[in-house]
Write a protein that binds this ligand. Structure first.
Ligand SMILES: *[C@@H]1O[C@H](CO)[C@@H](O)[C@H](O)[C@H]1NC(C)=O
Length: 331
């Protein structure tokens, strides 16, 4: 059983693996977080079908066909659960049973706050994916672990909750967080080239009466994401009233700033690499654009005034002509 579960859990959406040809592989997922389903194999026209419930897959909205033929659902909903089949030419090369569990039912427990995960309640239990990497190095960080709701079966392997046909259980996925500290330079994958940030936002205006939500690109509940305000690292333990808050539904990929936040610089890092830089400032004061609009309105007024003046001159001229030669216009 333990071995079988380990095999199931190798298939977390962040690292979707090719599936065996003879049976669908089960992919548990958490709604509103991206899922990538691979379509293995060489050349050949890739077709994705949703075979249960049978539906044509439209590549619009959240669904996208990636260059290698993989299917990416950017923000799946529980109703997107079902069987997805990938074909190359006439051959079926992969088949996935996707179980999207409702993030609205996410149970979050932070070990640093003494919170505990849900206990199993037959036939439901949580199957945990591996702990993610520490979200930063050289300073205290946090690491997280996602867990999916599974149900034991009378015979055969446990199946994730939320597959079509299964009744909806009163239990959702889980997120577990704990503190970590890792030295810098020992990170696995640290030899990857450091690319340029994916996003650079300047003069992002702050709302004084509303929350500001910053989304770290390419981050999700499945990836280690770290935020920094000016030079201060943010984490879940320090969060208090009036402080920036990490949104749990995205695993901290979204930072929520309370109304009235001060102008600051925010960085987000995914897997230790800078992913975005946000410069937040007050709403812009009168700008050159607005000055240009003023100038445009003044020119418009001048042109209209000149036209009216010319029309008046013409009318006056006609009247003058009539007065000098009465009847001239009628004859
Ligand atoms: C960031 O630095 C600016 C300028 O020094 C300061 O006004 C602001 O309060 C700081 N923001 C945070 C969140 O510490």
């Amino acid at each position: 059983m333990a071995l079988a579960l380990a095999a199931l859990l190798a298939l977390t959406p962040s690292q979707a693996l090719p599936c065996p040809r003879d049976r669908p592989c089960t992919v548990p997922a958490i709604s509103l977080n991206p899922v990538t389903l691979l379509c293995p194999g060489g050349p050949g026209t890739v077709t994705w079908l949703r075979t249960s419930p049978l539906r044509l897959l439209r590549f619009s909205g959240g669904a996208r066909l990636l260059p290698g033929g993989a299917l990416r659902l950017a923000a799946p909903w529980p109703r997107d659960s079902g069987v997805y089949t990938c074909r190359r030419g006439d051959a079926t090369v992969a088949c996935y049973e996707l179980a999207v569990q409702d993030v609205g039912q996410l149970h979050v427990s932070h070990m640093g706050h003494g919170q505990v995960p849900l206990s199993p309640r037959w036939p439901l239990f949580t199957a945990w994916a591996p702990w993610q990497a520490c979200d930063r190095c050289g300073v205290p960080g946090e690491r997280k672990q996602v867990g999916f709701c599974y149900a034991t079966q009378p015979r055969g392997l446990p199946r994730p909750c939320g597959l079509t046909g299964a009744s909806h259980p009163p239990r959702g996925p889980e997120l577990r967080v704990k503190g970590c500290w890792v030295p810098c330079g020992w990170r696995r994958g640290g030899d990857k080239p450091r690319g340029a940030p994916r996003l650079l936002l300047t003069h992002y205006p702050l709302h004084s009466a509303e929350e500001t939500r910053l989304r770290c690109p390419a981050a999700s509940i499945y990836s280690p994401v770290a935020w920094q305000a000016n030079t201060t690292a943010l984490n879940r333990l320090q969060a208090g009233a009036g402080a920036p808050r990490l949104d749990e539904a995205s695993g901290g990929a979204v930072l929520v700033l309370p109304p009235g936040a001060t102008p600051s610089t925010y960085h987000c890092y995914v897997g230790g690499h800078l992913a975005a830089l946000f410069w937040l400032g007050p709403a812009p004061a009168p700008t050159p654009a607005r000055g240009a609009a003023h100038a445009y309105r003044a020119i418009e007024a001048a042109v209209v005034g000149l036209a009216l003046f010319l029309v008046a001159l013409l009318v006056l001229g006609l009247l003058e002509a009539c007065r000098r030669r009465p009847g001239a216009l009628g004859s």
